[in-house]
Design a protein around this ligand. Structure first.
Ligand code: ZN
Length: 152
């Protein structure tokens, strides 16, 4: 998975989804999150032969960019699409269309809350279509460059 912004920096900067967390007066945090801005940074699969149609999201706080607070998998197609093609347990297709924490990647004490915010506030039809479009742009750019070559 490659960060969207390495291939499409302008669009990524303009269209990254951010949330602003407010903390009630007297409280230190909201579900483990301190007040501030958090970005849902997109990564897409760099294998042009693969048609997995999903995004991997890392949630990063603007005030602490070296720490991944949550790693989320999400797929914008219908559940049946993932059920058919992925050799996963039956729940996996349902989880990916709702958004789910990635079992293999970095999480934190705030990851459950960031997933809840993703499901309730970030994810709507507009965002679903935006991710689908970003994935198409990512692949077009990747194809134009003849595949992914890490910077040397
Ligand atoms: Zn893939």
């Amino acid at each position: 998975m490659i960060p969207f912004h390495t291939l499409c920096p302008e669009i990524a900067q303009r269209e990254v989804r951010c949330i602003h967390v407010l903390v009630a007066s007297g409280a230190v945090s909201h579900g483990g999150l301190s007040a501030g801005e958090y970005a849902y940074v997109e990564f897409y699969c760099d294998d042009l032969d693969c048609d997995c149609r999903r995004v991997f999201l890392e949630v990063i706080a603007r005030h602490q960019q070296d720490k991944v607070l949550a790693s989320i998998n999400y797929g914008w197609e219908k559940q049946s699409f993932y059920r058919k093609r992925l050799p996963w347990p039956p729940d996996a297709a349902r989880d990916i269309v709702r958004g789910a924490l990635d079992p293999l990647n970095q999480q934190s004490e705030a990851s459950e809350e960031l997933l809840r915010i993703f499901q309730r506030q970030v994810l709507d039809e507009k965002y679903r279509l935006r991710l689908r479009r970003h994935h198409q742009l990512f692949r077009e750019e990747l194809r134009r460059r003849g595949g992914w070559k890490p910077p040397t």
